[in-house]
Write a protein that binds this ligand. Structure first.
Ligand SMILES: NC(=O)c1ccc[n+]([C@@H]2O[C@H](COP(=O)([O-])OP(=O)(O)OC[C@H]3O[C@@H](n4cnc5c(N)ncnc54)[C@H](OP(=O)(O)O)[C@@H]3O)[C@@H](O)[C@H]2O)c1
Length: 273
């Protein structure tokens, strides 16, 4: 039991923060299960990590917008005799635009990925951790979790859910030797901005951090057993402001940041449909 690898399941490991989290966990001796849709990217990362860190790595290509995918992942782990020590719910995406005009299907898919898959994986893997009295969960939320986000309404709401769920699970699990951490990054260099169509938004400028920096701070906080980790001073100040300023002011500021360059409309793909 003492020698059992600390298997760490990371969703969204094919790019950005997830890929960097994989590198940090591997450097600290954790074994990895890498999950995302782009199989070749996962294979390449797995090879790189095995070469540099010599830890066991498994990859699983799956679409976590599918309701059955978390079950498939849990079954794959069971079939391979892998007991998850750590779960990292990192896969997620955002969409900029007004709620009434963003495509209905993409908004519902965002909830499937950012909320349903996160909840399902916590529910499937936490009981084993509690039974063994070790390990934990690192859920990637966002500074968006601390206030409402006009022009990115569903994304902000999904991250508020992730933060709330994580804090509750932290309290339920901590007495049993299992920790749950919500990592709340602000603007971070990754593929997120292109997917979300926020690359020219002022929201992504102040205090922007590298994915590697965010990942290192996230794993430090997780290993220290912290409930909430907000990387970077600018993000800390923003979260503090959201806590102490009147909500009406906070949501207006968030909305004006997300509106971005009003002369440039949101991607055509985000309109109508
Ligand atoms: N970048 C930021 O400014 C920022 C700020 C705060 C919070 N975050 C959060 O950080 C997390 C990671 O985002 P990132 O910035 O690293 O963006 P990213 O580079 O776009 O990475 C997103 C990851 O999620 C995976 N993913 C997307 N849809 C998926 C699906 N349907 N099924 C399985 N995997 C899926 C992607 O892999 P595939 O495409 O291969 O499936 C990719 O590995 C997200 O939860 C995001 O909300 C980001």
């Amino acid at each position: 039991m003492a020698d059992e690898p600390r298997w760490t399941v990371i969703t969204g490991a094919s790019s950005g923060i997830g890929a960097e989290l994989a590198r940090v966990f591997a450097a600290r001796g954790y074994a990895l299960v890498l999950a995302a849709r782009r199989h070749e990217r996962l294979e390449a990362l797995g090879e790189e990590i095995q070469k540099h860190h010599g830890v066991p790595v498994e990859v699983m290509a799956l679409d976590l917008e599918d309701r059955g995918a978390p079950q498939d992942l849990a079954e794959m782990l069971r079939d391979q005799g892998i007991r998850a020590h750590t779960l990292v719910n990192n896969a997620g995406f955002g969409l900029r635009g007004d709620f009434a005009t963003l495509p209905f299907e993409r908004q519902m898919a965002m909830i499937d990925l950012n909320v349903s898959a996160v909840t399902a994986l916590c529910r499937l893997l936490l009981p084993g951790m509690l039974e063994r009295g070790r390990g934990g969960i690192l859920n990637v939320a966002s500074t968006s979790a601390f206030q409402a986000g006009p022009h990115m309404a569903v994304y902000y709401a999904t991250k508020a859910y992730v933060l709330s769920l994580s804090e509750a699970l932290y309290e339920e699990a901590k007495a049993r030797g299992v920790t749950v951490t919500a990592l709340c990054p602000g603007s971070t260099e990754s593929e997120f901005s292109a997917t979300a169509d926020v690359e020219y938004s002022r929201a992504l400028r102040p205090g922007i951090m590298s994915a590697a920096e965010v990942a290192r701070i996230g794993v430090d906080g997780y290993e220290a057993g912290r409930a909430i980790v907000i990387p970077g001073r600018t993000n800390w100040i923003g979260a503090l402001g959201a806590k102490f300023l009147p909500r009406a002011i906070v949501r207006k500021i968030a909305g004006s940041l997300q509106r971005g360059d009003v002369t440039k409309p949101a991607k055509e793909a985000n309109e109508g449909a």
